[in-house]
Design a protein around this ligand. Structure first.
Ligand SMILES: [Zn+2]
Length: 113
C-alpha cells in the first residue's frame, strides 16, 4: 500500500476525486454545479503544489468561482508536474474553453481569438 502524506490520513474528501494521470491532475467524481444558477461549472485552472492539487471552477453564466484543495501523494503530483506540465505548476485548459459557447464568445469579444 502506498504511503499517505499527513494530509491524506486526516481527510476523506480526496475519495471524491479521481487521479487522471494527465495534464489536469484530477477530476471530480461528482458534478460541479453553480449554487446560484445551476449551470455546469467549468475548470478555470489547476495548480500543483507539494501536497495538493488546487482545482478552480468558474460558472460561465454568473462567474461564481470556487476552489477545491485536493490533498494527494507528493509522488503523483511531482509526476504530473514533470511528465505533463514541463515543470509548470499552473495549468489553464484554454482548449477546453473553446468547447463552451458562452466562454468562447466572451473570449472572442475580448479579443483573445
Ligand atoms: Zn452561476
Amino acid at each position: 500500500m502506498k504511503k499517505l502524506n499527513p494530509f491524506q490520513k486526516k481527510l476523506k474528501h480526496h475519495k471524491k476525486w479521481r487521479a487522471t494521470n494527465n495534464i489536469y491532475g484530477h477530476e471530480p467524481k461528482f458534478d460541479i454545479i453553480c449554487a446560484y444558477c445551476g449551470d455546469d461549472m467549468v475548470l478555470r485552472h489547476s495548480v500543483i503544489h507539494t501536497f495538493e492539487n488546487v482545482m478552480s471552477y468558474k460558472c460561465p453564466s454568473c462567474s461564481w468561482f470556487i476552489r477545491f484543495r485536493i490533498f494527494w501523494g507528493e509522488e503523483y503530483l511531482k509526476g504530473i508536474l514533470n511528465k505533463f506540465r514541463h515543470g509548470e505548476d499552473f495549468f489553464v485548459p484554454v482548449e477546453d474553453f473553446m468547447e463552451n459557447e458562452i466562454i468562447k464568445q466572451r473570449l472572442i469579444d475580448l479579443g483573445y481569438w
